[in-house]
Unconditional design. Structure first.
Length: 134
């Protein structure tokens, strides 16, 4: 895994992970090359390490507006990331996206299939952040 750790932030090849000020919120930003089925494991490992060093974090907001998922990528990727998300014990997992594919993925994470993760979806980042803070 190739990454640079800067002041507690993870800057990976296809995503960044950082804490929002002193709030209990982690922000993940996917870039346009991010693929859930390819980068999901790396993201899960980074999130576990990040949360281990910030035990008061309870929420994640994923800004995935720049990336695009195919159905096969989404199905495989959700099965990869869901175990990591369950182990984090999140109060809220919020995805911000620009398409219905990501909205469907968020709904899937909240279903029986993936263990009723506290997943929500928003098209607007500011609305997602307000929900994360509530």
């Amino acid at each position: 895994v190739l990454y640079v750790r800067c002041i507690g932030d993870f800057r990976m090849t296809n995503f960044t992970l950082f804490r929002l000020n002193s709030e209990p919120i982690a922000i993940v930003t996917e870039n346009s090359a991010f693929r859930l089925s390819v980068d999901g494991k790396e993201l899960g490992i980074a999130a576990e390490a990040f949360f281990a060093t910030h035990p008061d974090l309870t929420r994640i907001v994923v800004d995935s507006r720049s990336s695009r998922y195919e159905l096969s990528d989404l199905a495989e990727g959700l099965s990869i990331v869901a175990p990591y998300l369950r182990r984090l014990g999140l109060e809220k997992f919020i995805v911000v996206g620009s398409d219905e594919m990501k909205q469907a993925g968020s709904s899937a994470l909240a279903s029986d299939l993936f263990g009723h993760l506290p997943a929500q979806f928003f098209f607007d980042f500011d609305e997602a952040l307000a929900e994360a803070r509530s």
